[in-house]
Design a binder for this molecule. Structure first.
Ligand SMILES: [Zn+2]
Length: 86
């Protein structure tokens, strides 16, 4: 499968700490995930019981590609900061 390009999008992240990040995004017209970015697969144990749901990430994007561009300050300070300055 061929990855054509990286489509970056600015997202606001709340976890592990508030920040603005750049992320790769799924291809809107991906024939496999239809822009959703992946699909869920319900697992069934050998006994036939529900065994959780696996999320398969589509090949058209890489959710590991993310760059923090701006930490967003908290209004309620926690009293410490180990954030390196950007
Ligand atoms: Zn896809």
């Amino acid at each position: 499968m061929e990855r054509v390009s990286v489509r970056l999008r600015i997202q606001r992240e709340r976890w592990p700490r508030p920040a603005l990040i750049l992320t790769d995004t799924p291809r809107p017209r991906c024939p496999d995930c239809h822009g959703i970015g992946g699909w869920a697969h319900t697992c069934v144990s050998p006994e036939g019981e529900y065994d959780g749901t696996d999320w398969f990430e589509c090949f058209c994007w890489d959710s590991g590609k993310r760059w923090k561009i701006l930490p967003v300050p908290h209004f309620r300070r926690t009293g410490y900061s180990d954030e390196p300055p950007f």
